[in-house]
Design a protein around this ligand. Structure first.
Ligand SMILES: C=CC1=C(C)c2cc3[nH]c(cc4nc(cc5[nH]c(cc1n2)c(C)c5CCC(=O)O)C(CCC(=O)O)=C4C)c(C)c3C=C
Ligand SMILES: [Fe+2]
Ligand SMILES: [Fe+2]
Length: 335
């Protein structure tokens, strides 16, 4: 027996585009930060230590102490409209709302915290989407970011009788449109400075070094982004890795140690970019733009500039339109 045409199980043929980023606390107080860190650091894709060993460390050592320290850091970058990562991701989705036509709904979600991936996928389905382009906004693939976001999307689908078709945005670390957008953003920001940097540092979020040996392509993809961007800019970039967490060895060279060493090598005017982040966040605005600057100047540096991420800039949104639009083409052809 066929259901009537207006039966809820008969969808309209719409497409959803879900922009996804890491997630951030709902508020800047220590208990909101603790809630966020508990979810984030309990993800076995992020901390690859056996649960029986990690859970006592997380609950006994980290969650009682780190939230207060992190809340202090968040307080320094918090905006009237909330956490920078949340506000910018929201703005990216808003800027793309009408980019793909009336049959495409653009929404956003976070892997940790809110808006939750499961909630937004279900909302897109309820709005008539029978296809969803799931777009983790990480230029470089890592199991700790891209894979865990995709896992959450597939886990949501696993609980559905009537699933939408799903397509995931591949990493875009070397996509010519990505490199061109980064180049345009950097050149625009450099032109507004009152000094000419003697070096440009490209700082990527770090990862435990063993993930590289285990086959995570993240490190290589970061290096390739930096090489292509350096070629586009016509100058070599200094590649570094930031945000070390825990006692294990992380990818090197470390951003903070490199910044502190540059004045000793005669480099006293520096610009720093973060081409691994689609949106500015705690890690760029506090760790690089505030603490990075302090460390560089304390070591004898004279001029320091943090150059913003692509965010919802014209170049950034045009790039996302092209990348997402190309993914939608295949589906459109069949509609
Ligand atoms: C526990 C280890 C961590 C791994 C591995 C890790 C990988 C990783 N993270 C990002 C992007 C972001 N991380 C952010 C914050 C953040 N990251 C860690 C730890 C690991 N990240 C912590 C504990 C925190 C929270 C802040 C703190 O307490 O220091 C953010 C910013 C979130 C925000 O609210 O602004 C982003 C973005 C990538 C790309 C990555 C691996 C490639
Ligand atoms: Fe992180
Ligand atoms: Fe950090």
């Amino acid at each position: 027996m066929n259901p009537p045409a207006d039966h809820p199980a008969v969808p309209q043929r719409r497409i959803g585009v879900l922009l996804v980023n890491l997630g951030t606390p709902d508020a800047q107080d220590a208990s909101s930060v603790r809630r966020y860190l508990r979810e984030f650091l309990s993800d076995p894709r992020v901390v690859e230590i056996p649960r029986l060993i990690w859970q006592p460390i997380l609950h006994g050592l980290i969650l009682p102490t780190r939230p207060k320290k992190s809340a202090h850091a968040y307080a320094q970058v918090w905006r009237p409209d909330g956490s920078p990562l949340a506000a910018i991701t929201r703005a990216q989705a808003a800027a793309l709302a009408d980019a793909f036509g009336p049959d495409v709904i653009v929404d956003h979600a976070m892997r940790y915290g809110r808006p939750a991936i499961g909630d937004r996928i279900r909302a897109l389905v309820a709005a008539g989407c029978d296809r969803i382009l799931f777009a983790p906004l990480y230029p470089q693939y890592s199991a700790a970011t891209t894979a865990t976001a995709n896992d959450r999307a597939f886990a949501t689908l696993a609980a559905m009788r009537f699933q939408p078709a799903i397509r995931t945005l591949p990493p875009y670390f070397d996509h010519p449109d990505h490199i061109a957008a980064l180049k345009a953003g950097i050149e625009g920001a450099l032109a507004a400075l009152d000094f000419v940097p003697e070096a440009i540092v490209a700082s990527f979020h770090g990862m435990p070094e063993r993930t590289l040996r285990l086959g995570d392509p993240y490190h290589c993809q970061c290096q390739k982004t930096a090489r292509l961007l350096g070629e586009a800019l016509g100058r070599e970039l200094i590649v570094t890795f930031q945000s070390r967490f825990g006692r294990a060895k992380w990818l090197e060279p470390a951003t903070d140690a490199t910044l502190a060493a540059l004045p000793g090598r005669g480099i006293r005017k520096v610009a720093i970019v973060a081409p691994g982040f689609a949106a500015d966040c705690l890690e760029t605005l506090e760790e690089l733009a505030i603490r990075g600057r302090d460390g560089f100047l304390a070591a004898g540096g004279e001029k320091f500039a943090y150059l913003p991420c692509l965010n919802d800039s014209g170049a950034g949104i045009e790039m996302l339109k092209k990348l997402l639009g190309a993914e939608l083409e295949g589906w459109r052809a069949g509609l």
